[in-house]
Design a binder for this molecule. Structure first.
Ligand SMILES: Nc1ncnc2c1ncn2[C@@H]1O[C@H](COP(=O)(O)OP(=O)(O)OP(=O)(O)O)[C@@H](O)[C@H]1O
Length: 244
């Protein structure tokens, strides 16, 4: 086991009644990389994210964030997590600054520390000049940037992204994909990114392919191409997600 892992998922299963959504799932997410979670519709990605964020209880198996069990040390564990959901969770009638201040307060940051962190993250995302604008006035790409800034305010070790580029135009999508990849590399943060879009994968990313609740493959892009005997991630994905 890698003791530096930001996230460790061990033997996790989950069912909705008789429907098994996750079946003995095991993996680790190391810092310094984007790990792309790929899976067709119904693979179990959202269920997995709901378990990691404690939206659902984990009845079987164990999930640890930076070594803290999310069931036994919930507060310590979740302090290491930043998340961007697929649907926006910003308050549209508050300004950018108000949304971020509110989040910082929930994380127990002092006003001074919050102001400094908000400044830093908005600057890095080129959004500082828009801090007094109401979120409702921002376009989709800018709203996403605010959500990423918010997820990073408390300096999490793991950033969880659930298809954050859905509905964005190509320039906004490209800038967010680039930004998050550089964040993983230079900030040495761990990123777990659920995506349907093969072109969001960079050559040095790690991949997890989930299909019908089971992990079909996990490793670097090269390892997965080699083990499947394919030339592209698209071909590897199709090969791994055919049948059961
Ligand atoms: N509330 C629920 N009740 C019953 N079954 C559910 C529920 N939520 C999800 N499922 C089933 O569990 C399985 C995994 O669903 P999940 O939403 O986690 O997949 P996903 O990979 O996120 O799919 P998508 O890419 O479409 O969002 C699917 O078979 C789905 O139909």
């Amino acid at each position: 086991m890698n003791t530096n892992a930001a996230l460790t998922v061990t033997d996790v299963s989950f069912s909705y009644g008789a429907k098994k959504a996750l079946d003995r799932v095991d993996f680790e997410i190391p810092p310094g990389h984007c790990t792309m979670l790929l899976g067709p519709n119904g693979a179990g990605k959202s269920t997995l994210f709901s378990l990691i964020t404690r939206l659902y209880d984990t009845p079987n198996g164990q999930i640890e964030l930076c070594g803290y069990d999310i069931k036994k040390r919930t507060t310590r564990a979740l302090a290491n997590l930043g998340i961007v959901f697929q649907q926006t969770t910003l308050d549209l009638d508050l300004t950018v600054l108000q949304n971020l201040r509110y989040h910082a307060a929930l994380h127990g940051m002092s006003h001074k520390v919050a102001a400094q962190r908000i400044h830093e993250e908005l600057e890095r995302l080129d959004m500082f000049a828009r801090r007094f604008e109401k979120v409702r006035q921002l376009n989709g790409g800018h709203r996403r940037r605010v959500e990423i800034a918010r997820a990073l305010l408390h300096k999490p070790a793991l950033l969880l992204l659930d298809e954050p580029t859905v509905g964005l135009d190509v320039p906004s999508r490209t800038s967010i994909v680039d930004y998050v990849h550089s964040l993983a590399r230079t900030g040495h943060i761990a990123v777990l990114w659920a995506s349907h879009l093969i072109d969001e994968i960079y050559p040095d990313d790690r991949l997890i392919v989930l299909h019908k609740g089971k992990i079909k493959a996990a490793g670097s892009v090269d390892e997965i191409l080699q083990s499947t005997g394919t030339a592209t991630v698209k071909d590897a994905f199709f090969r791994l997600t055919q049948g059961d």
